[in-house]
Design a protein around this ligand. Structure first.
Ligand code: MG
Length: 164
């Protein structure tokens, strides 16, 4: 059986993962509206990944006989200044999620919940990847600067991102 404290904390994290999915979906829509379909595609894949993270947590609670309680998802921002602004926000958002995952892991250690620790180790590794991915796009955008041709090339590059 899953400890109540862990169950509640995981339910909270399920909301954060759905919230991430929602945030990236909103960003994807922004890129569609600014004619950058490659960026929009990259964020659509990101959004779906976050949805799958939420389900991973959901399944953990279910498998251990716990109760899933879904919480409200905050309304995401719909307006952004430019591609760099969006990608910086992706990176900041992932840093926040990393801190949440680490806090959840600390709780699982404190409560001696070993199954939750094992499950969360996957998330800890995943967060390293998530921050790296966002940072790579930020670096590329900084190299491109104000050059429209560079931005179009980068958009094509991001259009090639495959779903995991
Ligand atoms: Mg996630």
């Amino acid at each position: 059986m899953i400890p109540k404290k862990i169950q509640d904390a995981i339910n909270e994290q399920i909301m954060h993962e759905f919230s991430s999915s929602y945030v990236y979906l909103s960003m994807s829509a922004y890129f569609q509206s600014t004619n950058l379909p490659g960026f929009a595609h990259w964020l659509m894949i990101q959004s779906r990944e976050e949805y799958s993270h939420a389900l991973k947590l959901y399944n953990h609670v279910i498998e251990r006989g716990g109760k899933v309680e879904l919480e409200n998802i905050p309304k995401p921002k719909a307006d952004f200044n430019n591609p760099l602004d969006v990608m910086k926000k992706v990176f900041e958002h992932e840093q926040k999620v990393t801190a949440l995952i680490h806090a959840l892991y600390e709780l699982a250690v404190k409560e001696k919940d070993y199954p939750a620790q094992v499950m969360l180790q996957w998330f800890i590794e995943e967060q390293v990847e998530e921050e790296k991915n966002a940072n790579e796009v930020i670096h590329l955008l900084k190299q491109v600067g104000e050059a429209p041709a560079g931005l179009i090339m980068l958009d094509r590059q991001l259009a090639a991102r495959k779903a995991e």
